[in-house]
Design a protein around this ligand. Structure first.
Ligand SMILES: *Cc1c(COP(=O)(O)O)cnc(C)c1O
Length: 399
């Protein structure tokens, strides 16, 4: 998919519009599968981007699915995933939601002792579960997206192992898998190996274990000079560690990973239109027809998205501050070099596939953008742009 394809899509569907390149998703998925043995499975973290077509596409590639809500589970099943290829990894849900997932036949990952106990008392060993461990590894990324630190709400602390064991023993619950997800954007692949070593130690306490799920944290590059997690090197290290462990213990596990961002981030482009160029005493603003109602990552996580003027690919660079049209401070980028922008030009935000559309809202009563999938050289509309009526659809007029 070229920038000319993107321009054509902007012309046809008008901006703002999210565009996803299927080929890019396939490329990322293959990078993973060629780097690991067949004993490793990849569970696409649905929350990154849940359009049903994306779910179907990754399923066709051979991926499994990681879901954090019961509705993601239902979407996954609707997209054709076999329940046995779905893992439900919720956080702070009640037993009823866990039971709903159980009725659907998916793998269940329990992340606190209270639910583990309730579940065990009710079902004992009749439905095997995963236990989500917080190993307290600080895995990098920024604090908001790191989940392994001591203050994190995710998982059961590794220091509570004795407590987990007591619940397992007293209820007869069957632990088929252990899970850890230490955060996002892990730069150093040794963090995974460190996590794996912890898993091996924990495994001694769980005789029925079949699966070790290492979560995600695969990093993608956002700007020049950034690196991507070296999955090939990681694959080699992991296979080595597994082989050694097998030799020493005689045990073997299926290894799972849950990439979200790694699969879909770079496939996505948010195309917006430059509404106004506004020169102030201090800077030149480009005000675009979008805002954090469409892409919140820059404001929420201070994330960096490359912004390019695809209407003026050969123009000379100028320095701009790119802002949205929302009545809140919604600065996408300060002091960026962008090819000279004229009102009406189409700007492309790169790396908008993961947590882009998915985190969008109707704030300011603005409409959510359309989504387009570029597949086999052709653009397909996969979600219609919101219409005015959508703003009122679920409202109940009582006055
Ligand atoms: C969000 C999440 C992921 C995916 O993280 P990425 O950084 O997008 O790869 C994987 N597993 C769990 C449990 C998650 O919550």
């Amino acid at each position: 998919m070229t920038d000319q394809d993107l321009l054509n899509i902007a012309n046809e569907y008008s901006a703002p519009v999210y565009v996803y390149d299927a080929e890019s998703i396939r490329g990322q998925y293959e990078k993973l599968t060629v780097s690991f043995s067949e004993n490793t499975k990849f569970f696409y973290a649905a929350k990154a981007l849940t359009n049903i077509n994306i779910l179907k596409y990754v399923r066709n590639l051979g991926a499994n699915l990681d879901c954090v809500s019961i509705n993601e589970v239902k979407l996954g099943l609707k997209a054709g995933f076999d329940p046995k290829s779905v893992l439900f990894t919720p956080n702070c849900v009640d037993l009823a939601e866990i039971e709903e997932a159980m009725a659907l036949g998916v793998h269940i990952n329990i992340d606190n002792i209270s639910i583990l106990e309730q579940f065990g008392n009710k079902y004992s060993g009749s439905y095997p579960v995963f236990v989500r461990i917080n190993p307290h590894i600080f895995a990098g990324g920024n604090y908001k997206i790191s989940t392994g630190h001591i203050d994190s709400k995710f998982g059961i602390s590794i220091h509570q192992l004795r407590h987990i064991e007591r619940v397992v023993k007293s209820t007869g619950i069957l632990v088929e898998g252990l899970h850890m997800h230490t955060g996002s954007e892990i730069k150093d692949t040794d963090v995974f190996i460190q996590g794996l070593e912890i898993m091996f130690e924990l495994a001694e306490h769980f005789p029925d274990l079949k699966y070790l799920d290492m979560g995600s944290g695969f990093k993608v590059p956002y700007q020049e000079g950034d690196m991507e997690t070296d999955v090939k090197a990681l694959g080699e290290k992991v296979e080595q560690a597994l082989a050694l462990y097998k030799k020493e213990s005689g045990r073997e596990f299926e290894l799972w990973f849950e990439p979200g961002k790694f699969l879909v981030s770079k496939s996505g482009h948010l195309l917006v239109k430059a509404n106004v160029i506004k020169q102030t005493t201090a800077t030149v603003f480009v005000g675009v027809n979008s805002g954090f109602n469409h892409l919140i990552r820059p404001m929420f996580y201070d994330s960096y998205h490359i912004i390019e003027n695809i209407s003026n690919p050969t123009g000379s660079e100028r320095i701009y501050t790119v802002v949205g049209n929302i009545c809140e401070t919604d600065t996408f980028a300060w002091d960026r070099k962008i090819n000279e922008v004229h009102e009406g030009d189409i700007l492309a935000f790169r790396n908008a596939g993961a947590y882009g559309f998915e985190m969008s809202s109707n704030f300011n009563s603005r409409l959510k953008p359309a989504e387009v999938l570029f597949l086999n050289g052709k653009a397909h509309l996969i979600r219609q742009r919101d219409e005015f009526e959508d703003l009122l659809r679920k409202q109940v007029e009582v006055i």
